[in-house]
Ligand binder design. Sequence first.
Ligand SMILES: [Ca+2]
Length: 390
Amino acid sequence: MLLLWVSVVAVSSALAAPAPGTGAQRRGAAGAPNVVLVVSDSFDGRLTFHPGSQVVKLPFINLMKAHGTSFLNAYTNSPICCPSRAAMWSGLFTHLTESWNNFKGLDPNYTTWMDVMEKHGYRTQKFGKLDYTSGHHSISNRVEAWTRDVAFLLRQEGRPMVNLIRNKTKVRVMEKDWKNTDKAINWLKTEAINYTEPFVLYLGLNLPHPYPSPSSGENFGSSTFHTSLYWLERVSRDAIKIPKWLPLSEMHPVDYYSSYTKNCTGKFTEKEIKNIRAFYYAMCAETDAMLGEIILALRQLDLLQKTIVIYFSDHGELAMEHRQFYKMSMYEASVHVPLLIMGPGIKANQQVSNVVSLVDIYPTMLGKKSHIEISLLIYCYWEYKLIQIF
Ligand SMILES: [Ca+2]
């Protein structure tokens, strides 16, 4: 823990230095800062500000808050993976992408903002979870979206449960995400560091999405909240709120249907609910550590002062609020996402309360300005235009 704290302090000192080239407005990529996006899954945005921030230690999100701009009211455009990510990569609302569920996303050859940036001289690279194109989920996903407006029960997920690794030194629980984080860092060290052009790096993490539960039978889904004592110790159990539930008979039929298909209509003790929430928060702490590894690598490579770092998630996680887990609901826990931006030209320690959403990433990256699209840079006092093509 001391090591982590020292690292955060060291990064803070590096960020205190003045940003080079501030004030530049450029066409094309030449001279523009690099951009690194760390995009996790299922992260409840309310953990990035008070009082949610009291429940779990997130040192690198806190660092981004202190040295950058954080958005207090950032929302997903659709609270499920593919539709959310399709909106983010295309800059189009869900009624335009027609990605209503995980069955349909963008076409594989769709021109995203990253493709446009590459055409304008950026070196680009993606690692980890993407999940914005069609063809990665089952056909049943076509009718199992958050609407679930069918007259029969499609399938029931496994009951939400926890699974603990009783090891106080086990850091790398979600090994696949750590491998992708390592790959991204290796790319920074061996490729990006040598580029004369600016680069855009995207790292997609699966955490803090719950893990598969094969013990729950054929249609098991991902209902296991899994972590180690190392991460669980970062959670303040006393600060965990137990959500109030309506009696099953008073629930709205849509909520009841969601609760039923998510296998949450049975009996849960308060301890069980608190555990599920604690394990979810611990998984968020592990996610923060991966973000931290990227920030530390940028600092070690002397890239931090010329790189804009952006962190957000595709949607939230209900973690037993409204008698549900997963997302697929318009309740706050499901739709409120974290959104933090830091780097050269971006105002430090600024909290923005304006409502923004993931479609705003597209015009932010491309410097597009119109009466409909909102570029986040107008809130950040971001003095660069990454590219200006419209
Ligand atoms: Ca997701």
